[in-house]
Design a protein around this ligand. Structure first.
Ligand SMILES: Nc1ncnc2c1ncn2[C@@H]1O[C@H](COP(=O)(O)OP(=O)(O)O)[C@@H](O)[C@H]1O
Ligand SMILES: [Mg+2]
Length: 259
C-alpha cells in the first residue's frame, strides 16, 4: 500500500512546492511509482512538473466537488513512473463550495483510497494555510512532512501546525504521524542557517531529516522550464540533495513497514 505524505506548512515560501516537485521526481527516478497531488490553487506543482495548468479541466477542484472521479482527473506518466493530479486557480473556490457538504473532510481520502494501491508514494502539496484543503490532505495522509526555511522566523507557526496535526489525529485520522522536518534553503555562509537548524533540532529531536536542502539557484530556475531538478540540472547540488532526501524517505518507509 502506498505511503501518503502531505507536505504542509501554513507559511508561504518555505519550499513546500519545490519539495513536492523534486521529492516526487527523485522517488520516481529511484524506480518508485509516484502520484503527486497538487492541492494548492496556485498550481505551481502542476506547472513545475511540465503540465499546462490552465488547460486542465479535470483537476483537484472537479474531484473535490464531485464532478469527476479520480480516474478521470489523473494525468498518467507525466514523467516516467509519475502521475499527477493537477490543480489550478479554480481550486480556490472549493472551500466555499464545500460548505454544508457532509464528510467534506474526507472527500480526497475517499477518492485516493481507490487508487493508492497503484503507487509506492503519494505526495500531496498543500496550500499555505490550515484550511479545508489542508485538512483534506491530512485526513488522506499517513504522515506530514514539514519544510522549514532556514531563516529567523522559522519556528513561528510551527507549534500551531503541530497542534493542527494533533487535532486531525484525535478527531479525523488516528493514524496520522509527523513524517519529519526538512530544512530548506540552507545557506552555509550564514551563521543564522546553522542556528535555525540547531534550534529546531533541539526542539524536535528525532523527526528531523539528515538531508538539508541548500539554497541553490538551479532549484529556483527549474519551474520556469516546467522541469524537476533531476531533468533541469541533474548534477546540481539541489538535485543531489533531493535524491538524498528521497533515499531517506524510502528508508523510513521500509523501516515503518517492518514494525
Ligand atoms: N532550495 C532552494 N534554493 C533556492 N530557491 C528555492 C529553494 N527552495 C525554494 N526556492 C524558491 O523559493 C520560493 C518559494 O518556494 P516554494 O517551494 O514555492 O515554497 P512554498 O510552496 O512553501 O510557498 C520559490 O521561488 C522557489 O523557487
Ligand atoms: Mg507552494
Amino acid at each position: 500500500m502506498g505511503r501518503i505524505i502531505a507536505i504542509a506548512n501554513q507559511k508561504g515560501g518555505v519550499g513546500k512546492t519545490t519539495t513536492a516537485i523534486n521529492l516526487s521526481a527523485c522517488l520516481a527516478e529511484a524506480g518508485k511509482k509516484v502520484l503527486t497531488i497538487d492541492l494548492d490553487p496556485q498550481g505551481n506543482t502542476t506547472s513545475g512538473l511540465g503540465v499546462n495548468k490552465n488547460e486542465q479541466e479535470k483537476t483537484t477542484y472537479e474531484l473535490l466537488i464531485g464532478q469527476n472521479s479520480i480516474e478521470e482527473c489523473l494525468l498518467k506518466e507525466v514523467l516516467p513512473g509519475l502521475d499527477v493530479l493537477p490543480s489550478n486557480v479554480n481550486l480556490s473556490g472549493a472551500e466555499i463550495e464545500l460548505i454544508g457538504i457532509r464528510q467534506k473532510e474526507f472527500i480526497l481520502k475517499k477518492e485516493i483510497d481507490k487508487v493508492r494501491d497503484n503507487y509506492d508514494f503519494v505526495i500531496i502539496d498543500c496550500p499555505p494555510s490550515l484550511n479545508m484543503l489542508t485538512v483534506n490532505a491530512m485526513t488522506t495522509a499517513d504522515t506530514v512532512l514539514v519544510p522549514i526555511q532556514c531563516e529567523y522566523y522559522a519556528l513561528e507557526g510551527l507549534s500551531q501546525l503541530i497542534h493542527t496535526i494533533n487535532l486531525v489525529k484525535q478527531r479525523l485520522n488516528p493514524n496520522l504521524e509527523l513524517e519529519g522536518v526538512v530544512f530548506t534553503m540552507y545557506d552555509a555562509r550564514t551563521n543564522l542557517s546553522l542556528q535555525v537548524v540547531e534550534n529546531v533540532k533541539s526542539n524536535l529531536k528525532n523527526t528531523v531529516y539528515k538531508t538539508i536542502i541548500p539554497r541553490n539557484v538551479r532549484l529556483a530556475e527549474a519551474p520556469s522550464h516546467g522541469m524537476p531538478i533531476t531533468l533541469y540540472d541533474s548534477r546540481s547540488a539541489g538535485a543531489e540533495s533531493y535524491r538524498l532526501l528521497a533515499e531517506e524517505v524510502i528508508q523510513r518507509d521500509e523501516e515503518s513497514g517492518q514494525q
